[in-house]
Design a protein. Sequence first.
Lengths: 360, 495
Amino acid sequence: MPRSADTRRTRRLLASLAFCMLLIAILTLASAVVKPGRNGIDGQGGSAWTTYRELPSGSVDVLFLGNSHVFVGVDPAEVWRTRGIPSFVLGGPTQQLKLTRFYLAEALKTQRPKVVALELSSIAYGETHFNREFQQINVGYMPLSAEKLKAAFLSTPPSERAGVLVDLWTYHGRWSSLTKRDFDLLGKNRGGEFLNGFLPKRGAVEVTPTASPMPEDVRARADAALTYNLPYLREIAGICEDADAELLLFLTPTGPPNAYSYQLEKVEAVLGSEFDNVRTLDLSEPGSVPGLSFTTDFIDGGHLTYTGAAKMSAALATALGDEYALPDRRSESGDRTAWWTSVLAKHDAYLRSFGSATGD
Amino acid sequence: MQFTSLEYLLFLGLSVAVYFALPGPRTRTLGLLAASYTFYFSLSARWTLALISITAIGYAFGLAIAASGAGAPVPRKTKRLLALGIVLVAGALFYFKYAAFSAGLLNSGLALAGVSWRSPALAIALPVGISFWTFQSIAYLVDVAKGTVPPERNPLRYALFIAFFPQVTAGPIARAGQLLPQLAEKRPFDFERMRSALVLMAWGFFKKLVVADPLGVVVRTVFSKPHEFGDNGIVLAGAAVAFAVQIYCDFSGYTDLARGAARLLGIDLMPNFARPYAARSIKEFWRRWHMTLMSWLKDYVYIPLGGSRVSKWRRYGNILAVFLFSGLWHGAGLTFIVWGLVNGLYQVLGELLAPARARVLALVRITRDSALHHALQVITTFGLATIAWVFFRAESLADALYILPRMFWLDPRPLLSGGIPDLGLAKAQLLVTAVAVVVVFGLEYLSARRDLTALLYRQHVAVRWIVYYAAALAILIFGYYGPMSTAADFAYFKF
């Protein structure tokens, strides 16, 4: 081949590569613009990865995982206030356990929690349970990593994979409603750091818990969901074991009767015999959260108002401190205590501005 | 795996990479055939066997026809073999596409005649693209019988000719003489060809995602419930015009994607469109619209019927027969039959009324070559095509007959009093779509006068890249796709 043709071919190849790289950069930028910000406030719950990944290493003694029950029900500020335990909530809306295992693996890359506390109501989700919008949040907001790819390919139906992996695919339709804030690429995901993954809720409704025997069909569905989810729970317990972390499977308080407690007991029986690091805590048992009101502390049968969350988080912190002998970090001097003091101030100010728990 | 899915783009990229990595024509044929069957299997797994069966029939009969003595005049024995081959291939098409429709018609006829017996109801799924690959097979058999193309002796190459993935779902309907020789050659990697292929595909994506699919939402909103818009002739007329644009951008967009994908692999497929809405008569429109189908109908239906070398009234009959056939090819339904007949009638009446039109022109002193006359012809042709499209798109003949008279009653009062009704799209998206329509027809108008791609390639690299990036962003941002959309498949996939 003549030298000039060879040179031309090389130049074209390099130009094509440059073109593709610039195209990827432009599309990445466009994706970042159209993707909604997720700053932990403004009513957006779950997948608080931006805040989590900016925490200094060693900042989290307890990592809370699960579905909306956890990010609406657990308030890390109250956990700190009660027992001086630094914690973070990394739940996701309607998050299935087969996805939570990838959340855990990714979360352990930057923090070494002593306890992983998994709220277990997601064990009710069976094989067919899927919500596209929530999956886009759960997987779409994960940092780009092998765990995100696993979450996309192993916990997302094939038809929905593009939606959770390619932001432009999912969010390009927002072009007509973009605001100035959408172009603030550095700031749009910030603002709610002081909540540490917690989503305060108001608008209490009265719920009426009733004790009644579990119907057979509910029991059958609960057993089927349990069988479906057990392999994922084993995987989660194994990941914790490898990371030298305890796994606490717990339940937040709920209103109407449901199968969660039944499932928790079954899980305890199975995993307790297989793993040394697994314990359970059922805060849905009547009276296990002091002062909890079925009039002012629930927004529906399963989710707490921020006042309910404060009471539940205090009870949870007490149990965690007692069960695992976690150190009270409030007595330590240094940046962490100062940081949490500042977090508490912002948290309390925010909740004061937030209004009454019973308001709309 | 639709052409607009990420999976398809990954599949296409991988296919192109593997194709050029393979050493010779034989391995490339094998590689492309494997890719083509993989693609078809992903679309229509249960009917891949039907595709393979039709391929086997075409291959065997091609060889048998050639062995029996092909060439003009076609020997009697060859004619018998050809007829049997056509019956087998067309029989498959009839079974899958028309058996249920025929049973329904039979039952209606029996009911009218007072006969109590009924044919059992049939529910037969249609293999994707069957209308296209059966026509391609029939054309091959006829061409072999006539001796215009040699029979393909390599079974893998023949199978690839039928199943070639860029065109297996909706054409363009290839001719053996045009495609088979290309499949036999080893095409070297060519940068210019790649670039032109990607530009063609980008244009196809623009037409499909930025124009056809959003317009499809508006069209679906109106045509699925025409009675809700019965007092709003402007909306009905607008929806009819929107469908005329949608079907063009959908099918020509698909064709650009198919031709672009083939071009990436070094293969040229025949064009299907030549600015049909710039046509000055319905006859010209059909020379510019779905050109591979119309040339197939001309060569394998119209000419065998006698073509133009028969009496005037027989010729009119042939025209009507061809368009009736075209309507039936598009779908087994009364709306498609009427659509075909209306287009045939347009042409017959167009010829019959030619002297009257000439007298009117002379009376109003409009010369034939004037811009005004051209404009009137283009507008009239577009209007007539749009009226016919109402039959094509309507969900029933009754719906079409409901829409047609009302779409001419352009009373602005419902719009003035109630504003634009909810047509399924946000106003901003409607506005962008309108601008995109202007871009599509504007660029096509300009491209008829100047080679726009050649003009683009002559520009400085920075200008070219800016154009490419702007096009990519326009498609990806303004396109109607992804989880927020309710976009449909390509319209012609169902044929």
